[in-house]
Design a protein around this ligand. Structure first.
Ligand SMILES: [Mn+2]
Length: 406
C-alpha cells in the first residue's frame, strides 16, 4: 500500500488583535500582533522544506469575519508559495471566518480547494493511491445544527478517506457547541483520519482511526498555554504516524517559582529571573504569569511590604532589555502552603471537599459562568488545567477570607 503524507493544521486566527494586552510596551505589542503571521510563516517554510503531498486546514484561517486585508494578503502569499511548489491545500472555513462575512475577496491560487457550505467530497490521487477529502465551510457564524449526518460513509476500502470538520463534541454543557458530533458518529463513517478544528487545545479524540484536534498555531491569550503547532501525518491503510511540529512564535504559559529557600527580596528577584531565563531558553519569547509557590510566612510578610504591582513593575524592569522577550503579565501567590498552617477545621474541610469534586460536579458549580449566554462565546471548554487554576484560586480566596474573619 502506498503511504501518503500531509500536514493537518487548524485555527490559524491570522491577525488576531490581542485585545486586552495593552499593558505591553509598543514594540512588544507589535511582536505579539505579528505572532499569528510568524507562526503561519513557520508552517509554510516547513511545508516547502518537507514537501508533503498536501495540506489540510480545518477552519478559522482568519480571526474575524471581516478578514483583515493584511491577513488575506499574507494567507494568499503563503498559498502562492505552496502553489509554486506544487502542494495542494484543502481548506474549510469555520465560525470565525465563515462564508457569510463581509470582506474583499482575494482570489486564491488554483492549488487551494475550498469547501462550500454543504458537505462535499474532493478527490486526489497520490502515487496511484486514491484519496477522498470530505468537508464543508460554515455559511454563517453560528452553525449549531449537527452536520455529521450529511457526511457520506466511506464506500471504497482501497481508498483513503479524510474528514474535515470544524466543530465540537455534542453534549458538552460548558461550551457553546458548533456543528456537534459524537466520537461514535465519526468512527461510524469509516474514514481513515478526521482532521478537526475549533478546539484550540491539541488533543486526540480517538486512535485508529485518528480523530485529531491539532490546536491553534499560535496562542491568543493566557488560557491557551504551552507550545502550539500542527501535525505532520503519514498515513496508509491501517496505520497512522503523527509528529507534532511546533510553530508558535510566542508561548503563553505559567512560570512556577518555588520560594522555599528565600529570605530576602534580592533572592526572590534572582530566583524569578532564573526561572524566566529557563523558560526563555526552552520556549523563546513568551507571555507568562508568575506563580509563587511554597511561600513561607516570612516570604509572605516580605511580599506584603509592597503591593504586588510594585513587585511586578520591578521584575518587568529587569526583563526589559532581554531578547527574546518574556512579558510577565501577573504575579500570583499560591497561598495554600502558608495558610494551611493557620487554617481552621472548617476551612480545611471545605477545601478537602472541593478537592474531591469530580469534573462533572465542577461543571455544575461553574455553570453560571459557562452557561451564560454572553460569556460562553469567549470561553473555551473547561479542561483539567482550568480546573487546577480555579481550585488554586478558590482555595487562596477562601483561606484569605477566613483568616480575615478571625
Ligand atoms: Mn478557532
Amino acid at each position: 500500500m502506498t503511504s501518503i503524507r500531509f500536514i493537518h493544521t487548524a485555527d490559524l486566527h491570522l491577525d488576531s488583535p490581542f485585545k486586552g494586552m495593552t499593558e505591553l510596551p509598543k514594540e512588544r505589542l507589535k511582536e505579539l500582533r505579528d505572532s499569528t503571521f510568524n507562526a503561519f510563516d513557520r508552517l509554510i517554510s516547513y511545508a516547502l522544506k518537507e514537501q508533503p503531498d498536501f495540506i489540510v486546514i480545518a477552519g478559522d484561517v482568519y480571526d474575524g469575519e471581516d478578514r483583515s486585508l493584511r491577513a488575506q494578503q499574507r494567507f494568499h502569499d503563503g498559498m502562492e508559495k505552496l502553489n509554486k511548489a506544487g502542494i495542494p491545500v484543502f481548506l474549510c472555513h469555520g465560525n470565525h471566518d465563515h462564508l457569510g462575512g463581509r470582506w474583499v475577496r482575494f482570489d486564491l491560487p488554483p492549488n487551494v480547494r475550498t469547501f462550500g457550505n454543504e458537505v462535499t467530497e474532493q478527490h486526489l490521487q497520490i502515487r496511484g493511491q486514491d484519496v477522498f477529502l470530505i468537508g464543508f465551510s460554515y455559511p454563517e457564524r453560528h452553525v449549531t445544527t449537527s452536520m455529521i449526518d450529511t457526511y457520506p460513509i466511506a464506500e471504497r476500502n482501497d481508498a483513503i478517506h479524510i474528514g474535515l470538520l470544524h466543530g465540537s463534541i455534542a453534549g458538552d454543557s460548558t461550551h457553546a457547541v458548533y456543528a456537534p458530533f459524537t466520537k461514535e458518529q465519526l468512527v461510524g463513517k469509516q474514514y481513515d483520519y478526521w482532521a478537526l478544528g475549533h478546539i484550540h487545545k491539541r488533543q486526540f479524540i480517538h486512535r485508529d482511526p485518528y480523530i485529531v484536534y491539532p490546536g491553534n498555531l499560535q496562542s491568543r491569550h493566557r488560557n491557551e498555554r504551552g507550545i502550539k503547532g500542527f501535525y505532520d501525518v503519514t498515513l496508509e491503510k491501517g496505520s497512522t504516524d503523527l509528529s507534532f511540529i511546533p510553530a508558535s512564535s510566542i508561548v503563553f504559559d505559567e512560570i512556577h517559582v518555588s520560594c522555599q529557600d528565600i529570605h530576602h527580596a534580592n533572592e526572590l528577584l534572582l530566583t524569578c529571573s532564573q526561572e524566566i531565563e529557563k523558560f526563555r531558553s526552552l520556549n523563546g519569547a513568551g507571555v507568562c504569569d508568575l506563580v509563587l509557590t511554597e511561600v513561607s510566612t516570612e516570604v509572605s510578610e516580605m511580599l506584603n511590604t509592597s503591593t504586588i504591582d510594585e513587585w511586578l513593575r520591578l521584575i518587568r524592569e529587569t526583563e526589559e532589555e532581554q531578547e527574546p522577550f518574556v512579558w510577565v503579565s501577573s504575579i500570583e501567590v499560591d497561598e495554600r502552603v502558608i495558610a494551611m498552617q493557620e487554617v481552621n477545621a472548617v476551612t480545611h474541610s471545605v477545601i478537602n471537599l472541593m478537592n474531591d469534586w469530580s469534573m462533572g460536579e465542577w461543571k455544575e458549580v461553574v455553570s453560571d459562568v459557562y452557561q451564560h449566554t454572553k460569556g460562553i462565546r469567549y470561553l473555551e471548554p473547561l479542561n483539567e488545567q482550568d480546573l487546577e487554576d480555579i481550585k488554586r484560586k478558590a482555595s487562596s480566596i477562601l483561606m484569605k477570607e477566613m483568616a480575615g474573619m478571625e
